[in-house]
Ligand binder design. Structure first.
Ligand SMILES: [Zn+2]
Ligand SMILES: [Zn+2]
Length: 169
């Protein structure tokens, strides 16, 4: 960094920035409309005639500034839009998950054709294969005579019967 103090009448970028800063307030405003002009009458610099080159450079700097502001605005709008899109995508996913979740979507899932499994009675410790009787949510009147309503060995209640691991099935 150079130690030189910006010269308000110079033409280097920092000089011009210093000049702009002396003339305008709120240079970081979102819109160029919000940039305020300060000390219009009292600023001695304004009384000085500007060279063509100075005017040109200052115009360029100002243009660049406005461009950057417009760019910033655009970016902001984009992130807002992106945010909205992301949100709607998330909502969609959420709805999809809801529809796929067995609790909410398929209260009427048919269990009539469920396969036989291996079971072990907790009372008599005997193993057997088949299905434990259950009411199908979609066909509540359907009954399957072969389904067990109790332990086939000791007639113990079904809540004592535990399903065995898959590999034994
Ligand atoms: Zn069914
Ligand atoms: Zn039993």
């Amino acid at each position: 960094m150079e130690g030189r103090k910006p010269d308000i009448t110079g033409t280097s970028p920092s000089d011009i920035a210093a000049r702009l800063n002396s003339r305008y307030g709120n240079l970081n405003a979102r819109s160029s409309r919000d940039v305020t002009v300060i000390g219009h009458k009292r600023n001695p610099f304004l009384a000085m005639p500007q060279t063509e080159m100075e005017k040109q450079v200052e115009r360029e700097v100002q243009e660049k500034m406005e461009k950057e502001m417009a760019e910033r605005q655009k970016r902001k709008k984009n992130t807002y839009l992106e945010g909205r899109l992301e949100l709607s995508a998330k909502m969609e996913l959420l709805t999809m998950n809801k529809e796929n979740s067995p609790d909410l979507k398929t209260p009427k899932r048919c269990i009539c054709k469920r396969p036989s499994k291996s079971f072990k009675c907790g009372g008599c410790l005997k193993f057997f294969k088949g299905r434990i009787a259950d009411t199908c949510p979609r066909h509540p009147t359907e009954t399957f005579l072969m389904d067990f309503r109790m332990c086939p060995y000791c007639s113990g209640p079904v809540d004592m019967i535990k399903q065995q691991d898959q590999e034994e099935a």
